[in-house]
Design a protein around this ligand. Structure first.
Ligand SMILES: NC(=O)c1ccc[n+]([C@@H]2O[C@H](COP(=O)([O-])OP(=O)(O)OC[C@H]3O[C@@H](n4cnc5c(N)ncnc54)[C@H](OP(=O)(O)O)[C@@H]3O)[C@@H](O)[C@H]2O)c1
Length: 317
């Protein structure tokens, strides 16, 4: 099978196209022909040795990517040959930049009818991170968040653009913090208010927030905690050591105030997101699509930090 892989750690210059033996489905596993994958910052952070991945680097050659959408070619569980499935691969080392992947049925969800492979590949990792950040860390009630004020920092990025839609679907009042160039996009995703971070305006000028989902991580938690209501929680998908320290500090005082989000992949959560998409309340915004042979360009684009929504990799027709 064709793959795209890092032959050495470092920058996308080290990505090469190569042929590798097809994976063999283990006991009870599906073999999936990958139609599309998507890029997440973790893909190049692992290769680049950004903390903490400098401590736990995958072996070489490294096949980056965690999101796949494709078609079952070896059946298992309830999934027959030809079934359309998607997954955030449950591995710690990626593997999605390949024409075939082996995955257990418990780690996949059926792609809803009418959803393209591109959208199905864009949703898993970023969508689940937004969902778990809001629901599990910030305790946003998904069934009835009327009266909740939610701020999504980095509302135009992969995680943030799903966060805006999930919070809106929950019934919350949503403010998106993004640059002016992305204001229209973020509004179209359901944000009631948009604040342009390049102007230096404070999102809290309109009132305090019950939930702040930070998908950027460029400011310390202490920038945001003064903007919280008494019940408010700040959750960061890009935590630093200080974020963990604040989480611990508040935990020791029996308060939930600062949380570091660490995704735990879950096919049940993916099905939940699919349900939202099927109701028309969630969509992936695909900024660009690259063929597998141009994975290096896709990583360069992600590293630039200006992605609107998601970057998709077209693996097979
Ligand atoms: N902990 C976990 O389990 C987990 C899971 C998923 C992701 N993450 C992390 O979460 C972060 C976000 O991931 P992502 O996929 O959403 O990244 P992304 O798509 O690459 O984010 C890019 C977006 O961030 C916006 N942005 C950059 N600086 C900003 C600022 N100061 N204020 C507001 N918006 C800003 C950009 O908009 P402009 O161009 O307008 O600036 C762009 O739209 C990454 O650090 C990623 O590694 C962690």
């Amino acid at each position: 099978m064709k793959v795209a892989r890092y032959r050495a750690y470092g920058s996308p210059e080290n990505i090469e196209s190569a042929e590798q033996p097809d994976p063999v489905a283990g006991t009870g596993q599906l073999l999936v022909k990958v139609h599309a994958s998507s890029v997440n910052p973790i893909d190049w952070k692992m290769a680049g040795g950004h903390f903490p991945f400098n401590l736990v680097r995958p072996g070489l050659p490294y096949l980056p990517g965690f999101d796949v959408a494709g078609e079952v070619v070896t059946a298992a569980g309830d999934f027959p040959v030809g079934a359309r499935v998607h997954s955030r691969l449950p591995t710690v080392r990626g593997g999605a930049s390949a024409e075939l992947v082996a995955v257990h049925p418990r780690d996949v969800a059926p792609i809803p009818e009418g959803m393209s492979y591109a959208d199905a590949a864009a949703i898993p990792l970023a969508g689940m991170t937004a969902l778990q950040g809001l629901r599990d860390h910030a305790r946003l009630p998904l069934a009835g968040a009327d009266g909740y004020r939610v701020l999504v920092v980095g509302a135009s990025g992969g995680v943030g653009h799903f966060g805006v839609q999930i919070a809106r679907a929950a019934g919350a009042h949503v403010t998106g913090l993004c640059s002016g160039r992305n204001a229209e996009l973020v509004r179209s995703l359901g944000a009631h208010e948009v604040v342009d971070y390049t102007t230096g305006a404070s999102p809290a000028a309109g009132g305090a927030f019950d939930v702040i989902l930070d998908c950027v991580g460029s400011q310390p938690a202490t920038t945001f905690t003064p903007w919280l209501t008494a019940r408010g929680v700040y959750a960061s998908t890009a935590p630093t050591g200080a974020t963990f320290a604040w989480q611990l500090f508040y935990a020791l005082t029996f308060r939930r105030r600062v949380r570091a989000v660490m995704l735990g992949p879950s096919a049940a959560d993916l099905r939940w997101l699919d349900g939202l998409a099927a109701r028309g309340a969630l969509r992936a915004h695909v900024d660009a699509t690259f063929p597998l042979a141009r994975l290096a360009d896709a990583h360069r684009m992600s590293i630039a930090g200006r992605t609107r929504g998601k970057i998709v990799i077209a693996v097979a027709e």
